[in-house]
Every structure is written in C-alpha cells, then in structure tokens.
Write a protein that binds this ligand. Structure first.
Ligand SMILES: Nc1ncnc2c1ncn2[C@@H]1O[C@H](COP(=O)(O)OP(=O)(O)OP(=O)(O)O)[C@@H](O)[C@H]1O
Length: 361
C-alpha cells in the first residue's frame, strides 16, 4: 500500500479571499510547532517516554491535555482535554465518543498535528506527533471539510492527491475511483459551492482516501448524511478495514458505533470515562426482561403490577417489564394461568446508548 497521504486542506468556503492550499498547510504546521517543545520534540512539561509503542499500536495517546486561553488578555482558560490516554491497534475500527464539547475534535487536532498539546504526548505509527512522515500515512477527514468553493470535487480530490506526491494518469484514475467509491462521481465536475452538506462530506471522504493511506482518521464522518449515506459510509469503513486499513472515527451516532467498532473510548469534559472493547463493555447481565402478552385480563395485569413489575398498555398487547431475569418464569406461569397469550419474551442488556447516558452525561 502506498504511504502518501496528507490531510485534506481545511479552508473556509465563506472566506472572501481564497487562500492557497500551501498557505493553509503552512498555517497548520506553524500552529503545530508554535508551542514550546523539548529538543526531542516533546511538548515542554511532557514526561519522557520509557518505551516506544509496539508495531501493532498505530495510535498511542498518553496523558494528552489541551488548555485554551481565551478572553481579551487570555486570562480565562478552557481545559478542553484533560489527560486523555488510549491506543488504537492495527486493523481496528475504533470509535471515539463523547457529548458536545467533550474534547473529541481537540484531541483529533492534536493527534494530526494541527495544534500542539499543552502536555502529554501522541504517537502515530510509533512516531512522535507532529511527524510529517507519519502524517503522510494517514487520510484525514476534518470535522468541517472546508473545500475551495470554486473547485469541483474532481479538482479538489486530485489536488489533495498531488499534495500527497501523486500525479499523472495514476492520480486521474484514483481520483475517479474514490469519487465513485463515495458515490459523488455524478457531481464530479460541479463546483463545490453548489454541493449539499452531505455531498461535501463525501468529497472530503474522497480526499481522505485518494492516496490510499494506511489509516483513516475521520472526525464525524456521518455528519450531514442521510440514512442511506450513513449506511454507505458504514459499508465503506468495513470495506476499508477489509483491505487492511485501520479506522479511527469520532461520532455521536451510537447505534453505528455499537454495530461497527471493535473498541471505543468515551470522553466526558475532556477526560476518558469509558474505554474498552465493545464486546466486553456490553457483555453485562440481563438488566430486565420485557414480556409481551395478548388477551391479558385487567385482574391479571393488576396482579402482575402488584408483584412489582412495570406494566405498559398498548393497543392490543400489554408489556410487562420484569427486573433482571429471575422472576421471568413466575410471571410467565401467572400469565398463562390467567388466560393470556405470550407474544414475545425479550431480555434487555445494556446498550451502548445506556452506557453512554449513564457514564458520559
Ligand atoms: N480554539 C479554541 N479556543 C477556545 N476553546 C476551544 C477551542 N477549541 C475548542 N474549544 C473548547 O474546548 C472544548 C472541547 O471542544 P471540542 O470541539 O474538542 O469538543 P467535541 O467533543 O469535538 O464537541 P462536538 O461533538 O460538539 O464537536 C469546548 O468547550 C470548546 O468550546
């Protein structure tokens, strides 16, 4: 696989003057290098690292923190990220979650070298961030993939490919290939300013893919997409992983994460509150069992309510919610004895949404 990607340039489409891509990249680099650093590249104050990550750990984030100074004289501080650590391993699909303002984008910006950490350290492919060499190996979709408004998707994606060192007929072929992959080829020659938000998002994804990177870092890749678009991005992420790529993405859409990710980290107020494999996190015992009954008489329902079960009445069925799974058998026996028909018995385990609501809010 070629190792030739740099992130899609992030430019403001509303800007009256269109800056050049190289200017944007210079700005990013100078932002990344403006924080004080030790001679070995560590941000000052960051602890010296004892060992380098193993070859299978492609992202290694240790105690990363970012404090923004705000206000007229910078007296006020926002502690956006407060000591975040996690690892992403080769060929994983890794979900990075948290409510609005939890610090996801700030962490991703530090990871991709767009801003420097206040303290802590991050490694990509074992290289201390910021590392131009490591950055060439990632495809990056920023949270708001700002694209030159007067370029077409074909021109923009091809430009990103050229910035990654690609060229000639190979680049032309690859540009159309990725535009087709993200289903925007039909609008390849329309100006970006005429695209919808979802179409722009697809263009940004194509730019992240164009140079065939080893790892994708995607900040809210489903943002702005309709349900079909979201499914297409899910399928794309799976197929990219099948081809050997590692995918790290942030999202708010928990149902996607549950079905897609191998492991997750959930942030809250700049700190990690949950981290681990989806299988382990959601392996818990049955929280409750829902028993759906038809033809349940009122005396039967009242009797079940008296046992402490929660009852909800619907048009033609009654759902009895039994805590845990212990009383299920007794409830079923009473229901059958009382002449009701059992329509469904559903054990409920904790979902990622339950976990998120319990731990992240
Ligand atoms: N440049 C900045 N200057 C000051 N504060 C900032 C800056 N960037 C981010 N913040 C603050 O840092 C905190 C974390 O923001 P961040 O964008 O990382 O959150 P997020 O988890 O990505 O949120 P969302 O899901 O809404 O995109 C927020 O309180 C935000 O206001």
């Amino acid at each position: 696989m070629a190792r030739t990607t740099s992130p899609a340039p992030a430019l403001d489409p509303d800007a009256s003057e269109v800056a050049t891509v190289s200017e944007a990249l210079v700005e990013e680099r100078s932002a990344a290098s403006s924080a004080s650093r030790e001679p070995d590249g560590r941000a000052s104050g960051a602890p010296e690292r004892e060992e380098r990550p193993t070859a299978d750990v492609l992202i290694d984030v240790r105690d990363l923190a970012k404090t923004f100074k705000i206000g007229f004289i910078g007296r006020k501080q926002v502690h956006a990220v407060r000591g975040v650590s996690f690892e992403v391993r080769r060929r994983e699909i890794f979900g990075f979650l948290g409510p609005n303002g939890a610090g996801k984008t700030t962490t991703i910006k530090m990871l991709t070298g767009l801003i420097a950490p206040t303290s802590g350290e991050a490694y990509l492919f074992g290289e201390r961030v910021p590392s131009p060499e490591a950055r060439r190996r990632i495809g990056f979709l920023p949270e708001n993939p700002y694209v030159y408004p007067y370029l077409t998707p074909r021109e923009f994606v091809s430009l990103c490919g050229r910035l990654s060192g690609m060229g000639g007929s190979k680049l032309q072929r690859r540009t159309m290939e990725v535009l087709e992959q993200v289903k925007i080829a039909y609008a390849a020659d329309r100006q970006v300013r005429r695209l919808s938000k979802g179409m722009l998002q697809r263009t940004g994804l194509a730019a992240a893919l164009v140079s065939d990177p080893e790892m994708l870092i995607l900040d809210e890749p489903m943002s702005g997409l309709d349900p079909v678009g979201r499914k297409e991005v899910r399928d794309l992420i799976f197929s990219e992983r099948e081809q050997g790529r590692t995918i790290f993405f942030s999202t708010h859409i928990l149902s996607d994460v549950e079905s897609m990710c191998d492991r997750v980290t959930i942030l809250r107020e700049g700190k990690v509150v949950v981290s681990g494999s989806i299988r382990q996190l959601l392996r818990g015992e049955v929280l409750r069992t829902d028993i759906t009954l038809a033809n349940a008489s009122e005396p039967l329902v009242a009797m079940l309510e008296q046992t402490g079960a929660k009852v909800s009445r619907h048009a033609d069925v009654v759902v009895i919610e039994v805590e845990g799974d212990v009383r299920v058998r007794e409830t079923l026996e009473s229901a059958l004895k009382g002449g009701a028909q059992v329509v469904e018995v559903t054990p409920r385990r904790e979902t990622l949404e339950d976990l998120f609501l319990r731990r992240a809010l």
